[in-house]
Design a protein. Structure first.
Length: 339
């Protein structure tokens, strides 16, 4: 509790502080005190952020996630003002795998993945050599049922996994395989993923990111890359579990969806995405089950409230999405290393 008690005065005067899950130590909830008065606007929020920036940065490293609640962030314009006020260049979601809609520069819908499906927990873009350090989520419409963004500590997960499994993943690494169609097909097209119609731009980006590109006769592109299983956080020096092997692997799909996709593609080699060990050997299904079970045991899941702002350190905390019913609108913006 000492870290919370040392909160700077401007923030402590107008907010309540608590940790929502004491066992997993995340997220730190920073809640506006006076619910009877009008919540602060973007200028007041940014003033609080600036005056307490060093403390908030330290708490983000300690807890891995900060949840601001009751600040009245009720529209895209307010969220955009906050993002602009950070005075950092937003991380563009180029080469990303999740279906998103780009709403403004650096601002996207969180995902357009069908609401009935669970999105497994992952560290954003950990299958590439360049990933965002921080992710900002903002809830504009809270779903009537479900739709939480579950969180899990990547450092806790690393310790929860069998160390012989971790050692094998460290040594062999992970090969990510993506089949991006050319405009007609399931999943994302390469044009959507790379935000371009120019194949040379895809090739330039892929080469710079260490990906191999193969163009196919149907105008689709097959991308392969080798990624690490763990990574070291640049500020804390901690090793964390940092990959998306279990999410890329077809075994993550709901059985009926997997069956339907196999009826179309006939082979896992042609599915929109897949993962093997870095040497091309198959990852045993029991390994992937072990990772999923360990992740499930560590999950922290909090229902969204309209106006919530969740800030996640992408290396320290993985996130996902629970199935939901009713409308749901979550905006997302990503940043590299903070200035």
């Amino acid at each position: 509790m000492h870290a919370i008690e040392s909160c700077p005065q401007p923030l402590s005067e107008c907010t309540h502080l608590s940790v929502l899950d004491q066992v997993q130590n995340l997220p730190l909830l920073i809640e506006w005190k006076d619910s009877s008065s009008s919540p602060p606007g973007p200028d007041a929020f940014l003033k609080l952020w600036t005056s307490s920036r060093a403390w908030l940065d330290s708490q983000l490293l300690h807890h891995g996630a900060l949840l601001f609640r009751g600040f009245g962030i009720l529209g895209q314009e307010f969220f955009q003002s906050i993002i602009s006020g950070m005075h950092q260049t937003p991380f563009q979601y180029v080469a990303g795998n999740s279906p998103r809609v780009k709403l403004a520069d650096g601002i996207y819908s969180s995902t357009e993945y069908p609401p009935q499906y669970f999105i497994s927990l992952h560290n954003e873009l950990s299958y590439t050599p360049h990933w965002p350090q921080r992710i900002f989520f903002c809830c504009l419409i809270e779903p009537s049922e479900g739709g939480e963004t579950p969180l899990v500590s990547s450092r806790v997960l690393l310790q929860a996994l069998p160390q012989d499994l971790v050692a094998e993943f460290r040594t062999k690494k992970i090969k990510y395989i993506r089949n991006l169609h050319g405009g007609k097909g399931l999943g994302k097209s390469w044009q959507e993923s790379f935000e371009t119609q120019d194949p040379s731009i895809l090739e330039h980006h892929a080469t710079a990111s260490g990906m191999t590109v193969r163009w196919n006769a149907d105008a689709s592109a097959t991308l392969t890359s080798i990624g690490q299983a763990t990574a070291v956080h640049p500020l804390t020096g901690e090793e964390v579990w940092f990959n998306q092997a279990d999410q890329f692997h077809p075994s993550t799909l709901p059985p009926q969806l997997y069956k339907s996709l196999m009826a179309i593609y006939q082979s896992e080699d042609f599915l929109p995405q897949n993962a093997t060990f870095g040497d091309g050997t198959l990852i045993p299904l029991e390994y992937l089950d072990t990772i999923r079970q360990a992740t499930q045991r560590q999950i922290v899941s909090t229902p969204w409230r309209k106006g919530d702002l969740l800030i996640v350190d992408n290396m320290l905390v993985a996130h996902g999405r629970m199935p939901f019913k009713g409308p749901r609108k979550i905006l997302v913006s990503m940043f590299g290393a903070p200035n």
